[in-house]
Write a protein that binds this ligand. Structure first.
Ligand SMILES: Nc1nc2c(c(=O)[nH]1)N[C@@H](CN(C=O)c1ccc(C(=O)N[C@@H](CCC(=O)O)C(=O)O)cc1)CN2
Length: 277
């Protein structure tokens, strides 16, 4: 079965648009981008476009690549104080000279619609999630829409990043899966992956997950955004072969990526609802 993230995200955005209209609220999202990385610029454009589509006001702060950490934090603080802004997201990655953790910690936890603030990450790991990071949150929505219940499954998350691997593991644990997080130092990685009922790959290596590593019937979620040898967008999973034995699989493009944006829109509306109380 193909898990169609593009379709699910469109459906979710339609529903959200109606909910926002009916709420009478006027949610606001602020994006912060530093430098001119073309991929980051594209993702931020996609986020503003999604805001327009569902009825979320959006403002963009664009900062030069040589801005200091302190200057970025000042902009974030002024967005924290701006009552017309319900959600703040700082597009990642930031340039190397910027202290990313300090910038993320400067975002008010109440406006942290990316769910990266330590307070929100802590809540997630305590089993009391507040704002959930958008990519793992979007994956949980996909599993739910396709009636895939992780309860009791052996889930293997490949990659231990703060924005995807770790929160993904916490969400799967909260959903009663038995979770293994793999990383560059994991011994016998293919063997660990072979035992998985559910694989979430977020390592960023084109075609890394091959058919031989995957148990027939496993569910395969591909978070990778890579380029193949011809410069074509592809995931971590060798889709053509793995899809012949997986029971369900996400494509790249059109799988997890669009759900990241839909979840960001949903988090922003949730934030606006909280601020209206
Ligand atoms: N502050 C954040 N930074 C980053 C996040 C994030 O959630 N918050 N995630 C990624 C990038 N990202 C959003 O920011 C993102 C990546 C991919 C997609 C997407 O829809 N991809 C499409 C393909 C688009 C293309 O043509 O290249 C797909 O997979 O179908 C959306 C958002 C890192 N930074």
């Amino acid at each position: 079965m193909l898990i169609d993230g593009k379709k699910v995200s469109q459906d979710r955005l339609e529903i959200l648009k109606r909910e926002i209209q009916e709420s009478g609220l006027s949610p606001g999202l602020a994006t912060v981008i530093v430098g001119e990385d073309p991929a980051s610029q594209m993702y931020v454009r996609m986020k503003h476009k999604a805001c327009d589509a569902v009825g979320i006001r959006s403002v963009g702060v664009v900062l030069q690549a040589d801005v200091t950490t302190e200057e970025v934090i000042k902009h974030v603080q002024s967005l924290n104080e701006d009552t017309s802004v319900d959600g703040i997201l700082v597009q990642l990655p930031l340039p190397d000279h910027i202290d990313t953790e300090a910038v993320i910690e400067a975002v008010s936890p109440e406006k942290d619609v990316d769910g990266f603030h330590p307070e929100n990450i802590g809540a997630l790991f305590s089993g009391r999630p507040t704002f959930v990071p958008c990519t793992p949150g979007g994956i949980m929505t996909l599993l739910d829409v396709y009636d895939i219940d992780p309860k009791g499954m052996n889930a293997v998350v490949i990659g231990r990043s703060v924005d995807v691997g770790r929160p993904m593991a916490a969400l799967l644990l909260n959903a009663d899966a038995t979770v293994t997080i793999c990383h560059s130092k994991t011994k016998d990685l293919p063997e660990v992956i072979k035992r998985a009922d559910l694989i979430v790959s977020a390592i960023g290596r084109a075609h890394f997950i091959t058919k031989e590593m995957v148990s027939p019937g496993a569910i395969v979620i591909d978070v990778g955004i890579n380029q193949d040898e011809n410069g074509k967008l592809c995931g971590d999973v060798d889709f053509d072969t793995v899809s012949t034995i997986a029971s369900a699989i996400t494509p790249v493009p059109g799988g997890v990526g669009p759900m990241t944006i839909a979840t960001l829109m949903e988090n922003t509306f949730e934030s606006a609802k909280k601020h209206s109380c």
